[in-house]
Design a protein around this ligand. Structure first.
Ligand SMILES: O=C([O-])C(=O)C[C@H](O)[C@@H](O)C(=O)[O-]
Ligand SMILES: [Mg+2]
Length: 416
């Protein structure tokens, strides 16, 4: 079996103004939809970032994968490294974390090849990854402060403005009511730390039994983070990326008992060693989009087990192919013991057939069909590709978008 043809389709998906410490989400988020065809008539699917560096990397590599054996991931890696020498990262140098383009491109094609392998043998992806520890994957509500959407040209708003602790608690009630989520994560680093502490305390009052997390994405200095931890002692299951950089995380970690999690200071295998030496974090967020695909994410789990670290799962704005892959990876990572992040409820579009999957009590059943277990809805992809061509957004820039809401906004990390 050999790869014969690859299609990479950029799509734009209507988004809503979710705030974070860098700024706010644009009117659309960008994804790339990948189809890898074989000479045996199989088609492997994948979904990844759609911003310009990633898209260019995918498009450069795609034609060079003709003739590849879907079982030969080493050849995949070698071809990508040859095609993208010294490619560097996918994000701007000012980004809070960078991901190597080679890893991101590899991750995207690896999922499609694993999908092909599952389809060839008629087994779900989790079996290709070593078997399922669980067939039901738990997700948490991903809560955001947000602006009311002003421009509805590309899609409606969801929930209007949410810029106070009380409004955030209402948002949580809506998500818990609709999806049954059993844990709650707040994207922090948006309001003053005292207001975000108040928000977490109000969430605790409203949801006495839901594990709670907050992720200010490096917005706090070490003393500020220490003050927050003192106020939220016993309230959080973990604190995600309170401070910017490995050393600041280590400095905070030495002063507190609360577990620290990250998807910013440990995003490559080499960084795990430094993090363990410095005891900078206790939980690493897995993400098959940059941890060298699904197999890389499983390796990450194994390294975390060996190092005594916990594993949780990171998300960015995404649709159903990514969601299916996240479910398979979560199913096949035995020590992924926290509810996974997902941005899924923030979008109403879908590109896989059968409609949007139903969350029950915050959980999803891992698809049981061959491979990823999802089928592409070609019409839906065409519609969102058309939107990509019309919307004229080719990169993610939350800071630039923020100027539309707060004209004198200046990005600062840490801010407090
Ligand atoms: O855990 C995280 O850092 C994220 O989910 C990253 C995302 O880009 C998030 O900040 C967002 O969607 O604004
Ligand atoms: Mg995070």
């Amino acid at each position: 079996m050999r790869v014969t043809e690859i299609t990479v389709t950029p799509i734009a998906v209507p988004d809503v103004p979710l705030a974070n410490t860098k700024g706010v989400h644009q009117s659309v988020f960008l994804r790339s939809i990948i189809q890898v065809k074989t000479d045996t008539g199989l088609v492997g699917l994948s979904e990844t970032y759609g911003a310009k560096r990633t898209l260019a990397g995918l498009q450069t590599v795609a034609p060079l994968l003709e003739g590849l054996d879907p079982y030969d991931l080493r050849d995949l890696r070698a071809r990508i490294e040859r095609a993208l020498p010294d490619a560097g990262g996918i994000n701007a140098p000012t980004a809070l974390a960078d991901h190597q383009l080679v890893d991101v491109v590899y991750s995207a094609f690896e999922i499609a090849l694993l999908d092909i392998r599952g389809k060839e043998v008629g087994r779900p992806l989790y079996d290709i990854l070593g078997g399922a520890k669980r067939k039901t994957v738990s997700f948490g509500a991903y809560l955001f402060f947000k602006f009311a959407k002003r421009d509805l040209t590309f899609g409606p708003d969801i929930m209007g403005e949410v810029m106070t602790p009380d409004a955030l608690v209402e948002q949580a009630r809506t998500f818990v009511g609709e999806y049954g989520f059993r844990s709650l994560k707040l994207k922090g680093g948006v309001l003053e730390p005292d207001l975000e502490v108040e928000t977490m305390l109000k969430l605790r009052e409203a949801f006495p039994h839901h594990p709670l997390r907050i992720d200010p994405m490096g917005a706090w200095t070490v003393p500020t983070a220490k003050r927050v931890v003192d106020q939220l002692s016993g309230v959080l299951e973990y604190l995600e990326d309170p401070c910017r950089g490995m050393d600041a995380m280590a400095e905070l970690s030495a002063q507190i008992d609360m577990p620290l999690a990250t998807n910013l200071v440990v995003v490559e295998f080499e960084q795990i060693i430094e993090a363990v030496k410095k005891d900078a974090v206790q939980i690493i967020l897995s993400d098959h989009h940059y941890w060298r695909g699904a197999t890389g994410a499983i390796h990450l789990g194994e390294m975390c087990r060996a190092a005594g670290l916990g594993v949780s799962m990171h998300s960015n704005s995404h649709l159903g192919i990514s969601l299916a892959a996240m479910c398979h990876v979560a199913a096949a990572t035995p020590n992924l013991t926290y509810d996974c992040d997902t941005h899924y409820p923030w979008s109403s579009k879908e590109i896989v057939k059968g409609g949007r999957p139903q969350f029950r009590d915050g959980t999803l059943q891992v698809p049981e069909g061959p491979g990823l277990g999802v089928e592409l809805d070609h019409e839906a992809v065409a519609e969102l590709h058309d939107l990509y061509n019309r919307v004229m957004v080719v990169d993610r820039d939350d800071t630039d978008e923020m100027l539309k809401y707060v004209p004198d906004y200046v990005r600062k990390v840490p801010r407090w």
